[in-house]
Write a protein that binds this ligand. Sequence first.
Ligand SMILES: C[S@@+](CC[C@H](N)C(=O)[O-])C[C@H]1O[C@@H](n2cnc3c(N)ncnc32)[C@H](O)[C@@H]1O
Length: 327
Amino acid sequence: MSKQNRTIKIEPQDSVLLNNTLRLNATVLPKQLENKIIHQDIFEALPFLPEKFVDLLIIDPPYNLTKNFNSATFKSMTETEYENWIDSWFKPLLKILKPTATVYVCCDWKSSVSIYNVLSKYLIIRNRITWEREKGRGALSNWKNCSEDIWYATFSDDYYFNPDTVKLLRKVLAPYRDENKQAKDWFVANDGTAYRLTYPSNLWTDITIPFWSMPENTPHPTQKPEKLIAKLILASSKKNDFVFDPFLGSGTTAVVAKKLNRKYCGIEINDEYCIYAEKRLKLAEENPSIQGYENGYFLERNTSFEKLKKDKQNAFISKDLFTTGSE
Ligand SMILES: C[S@@+](CC[C@H](N)C(=O)[O-])C[C@H]1O[C@@H](n2cnc3c(N)ncnc32)[C@H](O)[C@@H]1O
């Protein structure tokens, strides 16, 4: 195996980490769920969840594809069956939301319609984010699938959204100067390149899927990138807010919430994925960094502040240089 392979592995002794998880058999208080993983089938846990405690709900359900989740196979269904399945757990989940809550639901093009149909019955749909999911070698009989969607909805018109926390540092291809030869909201970094801090749009091309050389990588087949989840958490929650994920998988939402000082709770049915999630939560204590997010800014794919800086003694951008991005 390559020396650069940083995929997280679990050892037999890691199974004790399951002792940190909860199984619900009676209604609990929000405090009892704080920073916990519920190791259970969502349908068993749902009746025992308390009401109105969640500020941000992030959902990454099995998509409508036949997929093996560690020997439990999710089988693709007709669109109507899938929509009914989504509704069967989404409707009961609504009770956990505060009236000011935000909801994000991940999907691919095929499940996107079903998810929209269910969400729009209960929530105000605000937008759909599309992110470039660059992976795989292509398809011979169809266009290679290279994108995923995230539906963005809120419970009411009273919701939190802070785009200043999710600005992207981008290369400027045609740097414009005004009549006095002054740069228009861009600057030249120590590497000689022009950069601008931009507000995020609903098209994200700066995301890298976790792969073997990244320290966040696990063997989970549909693990989401920490950078992707960090954008959702930063824009739509404040420090100490409660973030909930009912299909936690390898723990990405919980790990990022912990790194960003939010409270978290998630549900995951599979033992091994719960262990990976617990292990990642422990690792986050030693290393709270999020790849692609540095000094309060998101960076384009495969860049880092260190790479951008020629002279490491000279920080090339100060935090207060661009407090009011305009694009
Ligand atoms: C798409 S994955 C989530 C991946 C996650 N976002 C991550 O970054 O690792 C969906 C997860 O839901 C879990 N799952 C499927 N059915 C479930 C159920 N009935 N109750 C709880 N978890 C379930 C699967 O084991 C799988 O890990």
